[in-house]
Design a protein around this ligand. Structure first.
Ligand code: FAD
Ligand code: NAI
Length: 485
């Protein structure tokens, strides 16, 4: 077996791994990246990008069907969905993105090896592919092997009867009915677009709320209301137990407060979370420490218990988000490159691409209180009072700012509404820079834009938003008073 030597060996070409490889190469390191499936990882091929492509198409359809007539746009014939064409367009988006990663890696002189990597020792790994086996020796390794869906008893994902997000994103026939087990990120994003395309969706959620611990309760309520209005059924406290085939359909049995209930569907999706791939590639065999949740243990430089091996992205801890993986990729490459770096981000912003979108940066109100911030200023500004939102006919939602009442420093920003995925970065920057609410309120935001809602939410937090009527108390006492919710 031939042996190749490198400075840096990256395992996994997702948004963690490919970014780490490019940055390491930029820093002059002889770098190899090993990928067993697709360049771009879960995110570009079966995660972030395809799901957003499907969401965009479904939102477009919904706008044409529901908003266009009121705007004076008359559609004379039926608007139809060609699922085969839609899925093939979605695939072309993924292929374009994955091809871009390939070009970037090659353009940066990163060696790409296709195959399954497994550590032999802490200094050497073997890559197996159809063509044979290669041995790689490197000074540093970066484990970026990602995660996979969790299964529950009674539901084995086979992408035929029980679908994960991967199978759901590839459906080239629209099911009449679907049951989604798990009302988290994936269940709601996929459930929403299936519903908009015309599927009758039932969400079985074991907990008492959707997106528990991910978003502010009042943000989630806006989405929940709209889902229900669009015909999505949500059953809380429902623990899926088993399913059986009944003709061409499935019957799912679930426990609801100790009673067994049943629901029928044509397609069954299991979206109850993802687990790190730390049980693969012989990570345990070479002695890497893994924590009780299955994440590879890392320090602030993302160094594992073996000093020359690093771990990043989904395999190295929450939150399992692409931009966190990429941040860690750059960080680790720079540590290996001799730069003085450590993980010091104050916030990892998060977006749920429902309708409307939910976005957040910084702490939830409950987290602020748990950290001892008991005196908070909280201000909210609704999209319904924003000219751009009204002209877009997308007025559901608001921006909410939570600040420390003693210093006015921004602790958390939570948004639900149109394009909040594109508005949250301003909030993340504010939190990273330790900005005060006044910094957001006194920054001139162009008109008419959705961004003005962030500025007005800051003004509302200070008690003097212009385009909503705040309580007289706030007016009398000016900016020193706490705004009302
Ligand atoms: P991955 O992207 O999982 O990449 C790991 C790669 O390693 C894979 O390509 C795998 O094939 C390869 N690999 C694993 N083991 C080996 C081995 N032994 N040898 C060789 N190769 C190996 N996040 C967001 O921030 N925004 C979103 O909108 C979003 N949407 C999502 C939608 C869905 C449906 C899903 C499932 C996830 C979504 N995520 C989203 C999460 C996001 O995809 C992950 O956080 C991100 O992909 C993690 O990146 P990573 O580099 O750690 O791992
Ligand atoms: P999740 O953790 O977001 O949600 C899982 C949900 O399933 C929870 O609400 C949980 O209470 C529920 N659940 C668990 N067991 C259950 C059972 N037996 N029956 C019914 N409900 C049950 O997990 P999900 O949606 O699979 O997503 C995995 C991860 O992928 C996310 O945590 C996120 O990190 C990432 N992701 C990010 C996206 C984004 O950034 N927009 C989009 C999609 C995924």
């Amino acid at each position: 077996m031939a042996t190749q030597n490198f400075d840096v060996c990256v395992i996994g070409a997702g948004p963690g791994g490919y970014v780490a490889a490019i940055r390491a190469a930029q820093l002059g390191k002889k770098t190899v990246i090993i990928e067993r499936e697709y360049l771009g990882g879960v995110c570009l091929n079966v995660g972030c990008i395809p799901s957003k492509a499907m969401i965009s198409a479904a939102h477009f359809l919904h706008r044409v069907q529901h908003d266009a007539p009121e705007m004076g746009i008359e559609i004379k014939s039926d608007v139809k969905v060609n699922m085969k064409k839609l899925v093939s367009w979605k695939q072309s988006v993924c292929d374009q993105m994955s091809g871009g990663v390939s070009q970037l890696l090659k353009g940066n002189q990163v060696t790409i090896i296709r195959g399954e990597a497994e550590f032999k020792t802490a200094q050497e790994l073997v890559v197996k592919s159809k063509e044979g086996a290669t041995s790689i020796v490197a000074k540093n390794f970066i484990i970026a092997t990602g995660s996979r869906p969790i299964e529950i008893p009674g539901f084995k994902i086979d992408e035929k009867e029980v679908l994960s997000s991967t199978g759901a994103l590839a459906l080239d026939e629209l099911p009449k009915t679907a049951v989604v087990i798990g009302g988290g990120y994936i269940g709601l994003e996929i459930g929403s677009y299936l519903s908009k395309l015309g599927t009758e969706v039932t969400v079985l959620e074991a907990g008492a709320t959707l997106l528990n611990g991910v978003a502010e309760r009042d943000c989630v309520q806006v989405v929940e209301r709209k889902l229900k209005k669009g015909g999505v059924k949500i059953v809380f406290g429902a623990k899926a137990k088993s399913y059986k085939k009944t003709g061409s359909d499935y019957e799912v049995e679930y426990d609801l407060a100790g009673k067994l209930e049943k629901v029928k569907c044509a397609k069954l999706l299991l979206t109850v979370g993802r687990r790190p791939n730390s049980d693969q590639a012989n990570l345990k065999g070479i002695g890497l420490q893994i924590d009780e949740k299955g994440f590879v243990k890392v320090n602030a430089q993302r160094r594992t218990s073996i000093a020359h091996i690093f771990a990043i992205g989904d395999v190295a801890g929450q939150p399992m988000l692409a931009h966190k993986a990429s941040y860690e990729g750059v960080l680790v490459a720079e540590v290996i490159g001799g730069m003085n770096r450590a993980y010091d981000a104050k916030t990892v912003p998060a977006v749920v691409f429902t309708d409307p979108e939910i976005a957040s940066a910084g702490m939830l109100e409950s987290e602020c209180r748990a950290k001892g911030y008991n005196d908070l200023k909280i201000g909210k500004f609704p999209f319904a009072a924003n000219g751009r939102a009204v002209s877009l006919k997308e007025t559901d939602g608001f921006v909410k700012i939570i600040a420390d009442a003693k210093t006015n420093i921004v602790l958390g920003v939570h948004m639900v509404g149109p394009e909040v995925s594109n508005l949250i970065s301003e909030a993340a920057l504010a939190i990273e820079m330790g900005a005060r609410v006044e910094d957001l309120a006194l920054t001139i935001h162009p008109h008419p834009t959705l961004g003005e809602v962030v500025m007005e939410a800051a003004e509302a937090t200070l008690g003097h938003a212009i385009h909503i009527i705040q309580k007289p108390l706030s007016r009398a006492e000016g900016s020193s008073v706490r705004a009302t919710h």
